[in-house]
Design a protein around this ligand. Structure first.
Ligand code: SF4
Ligand code: SF4
Length: 363
């Protein structure tokens, strides 16, 4: 890492392109070159590293390929050897979340013995299960009608643990997910979550990963959703940062919005240049003041009152940032409740996940 920092320092132009749209660099320096100089003398502090959202924007916009995100992720992994340091940045809450997410109370799977699509499993992801068991039920019911035999798995991909730098524990969770998928006979995962998508794509390459949004674009949406929103006010479309380089997925989302007749405005910083919603890298726990500021800053970048996303964490962040955050899946599957997402506390979210698990087991 030291040789890398020296190389970064030598090549950095101090143009500050990496700072625009980054939720945290401006809070630690007004000169990336000076920051790199400091890192040649001392390791980045834990407070600096744990305020990184791992959004990947800095490396993408840097003309010299300098990757602060990777540097801070490496630093988090260094500090992860000391649980006391990790706990200062909210790892206790992450550990609780992860333990519960993999527990029998909140995780489950269901496979079926007949149907041509038994090799597929729908994985809604933690945020969507916490948000709405009825949405998951409705989406899965539709998938089953189109893809007989598809199974379902309610489990976490382990990203929160990886984001905190605890890679050893992350690989334990990743293996657990892989074994459960193997037990179901699932070789293809269909996911609604952008973190699950990237985690499986990058860390379990033997599994085929498919975005639910691409799949819906291919198989079609329910007839009741087609052209349904022609008279709906225009919304803004926020692209989640984990899938910033998944251009086909981003196109499929836009095609779905056209199919349902929903007019939308693009953010100036969209697609591969999208900005973090403020919940990346577990920032809400590790640097809550920066997370809140990023939510407000991102939400204020559009005149539209409603901001639609295809990630439930992003939709929630846009509401926390002062706008009306909505999920694309509600437009397609739950049109009766489109006004606003209900605010839900932590207990209600866990209860939703419990209900979602029960619902899956009753299938
Ligand atoms: S964008 Fe790259 S070259 Fe420009 S200041 Fe940031 S790290 Fe340096
Ligand atoms: S990865 Fe994102 S949050 Fe981290 S330094 Fe780069 S732009 Fe900032």
């Amino acid at each position: 890492m030291d040789a890398k920092i020296a190389q970064y320092l030598e090549t950095c132009l101090d143009c500050k392109a990496c700072m625009k749209g980054c939720p945290m660099l401006y809070a630690h320096t007004d000169s990336p070159k000076n920051l790199l100089l400091r890192f040649t003398r001392e390791k980045p502090s834990s407070a600096t590293a744990f305020s990184c959202a791992s959004c990947g924007l800095c490396a993408h916009v840097c003309p010299k390929d300098i990757d602060f995100g990777a540097l801070f992720q490496g630093t988090k992994e260094h500090y992860a050897a000391d649980q006391k340091v990790l706990k200062k940045y909210g790892y206790g809450a992450v550990m609780f979340h992860q333990k519960q997410s993999f527990s029998k109370r909140f995780s489950t799977l269901k496979s079926f013995t007949a149907g041509a699509y038994r090799h597929m499993a729908f994985m809604p992801g933690c945020a969507l299960s916490s948000y709405s068991p009825s949405l998951i039920y409705t989406v899965f019911d539709y998938l089953r009608s189109q893809l007989p035999g598809i199974g379902i798995i309610q489990q976490c991909c382990g990203t929160p643990t990886r984001m905190m730098g605890d890679t050893a524990q992350f690989h334990i969770y990743r293996s657990r997910l892989e074994s459960d998928l193997a037990a179901m006979g699932a070789t293809t995962v269909v996911t609604a979550c952008e973190n699950c998508y990237m985690s499986i794509k990058n860390h379990s390459p033997h599994i085929t990963i498919v975005s639910l949004y691409s799949l819906l674009n291919e198989i079609g949406v329910p007839k009741t959703a087609i052209d349904r929103y022609r008279s709906y006010d225009a919304v803004a479309l926020h692209d989640p940062c984990p899938t910033r380089f998944e251009s086909a997925l981003q196109e499929d989302v836009r095609a779905l919005m056209h199919t349902i007749g929903l007019s939308f405005e693009e953010f100036k910083f969209n697609r591969d240049k999208t900005q973090c919603c403020g919940s990346g890298g577990m920032m809400e726990l590790s640097a809550p003041h920066l997370a809140k500021a990023q939510m407000q800053s991102r939400a204020a970048q559009t005149q539209c009152e409603s901001i639609v996303s295809y990630c439930q964490s992003c939709a929630e962040s846009m509401s926390k940032g002062g706008k009306n955050g909505l999920h694309l899946l509600d437009f397609i599957f739950m049109p009766h409740r489109l006004k606003r997402q209900a605010k839900q506390g932590v207990l209600k979210k866990w209860y939703n996940r419990y209900r979602s698990r029960r619902m899956i087991e009753r299938l």
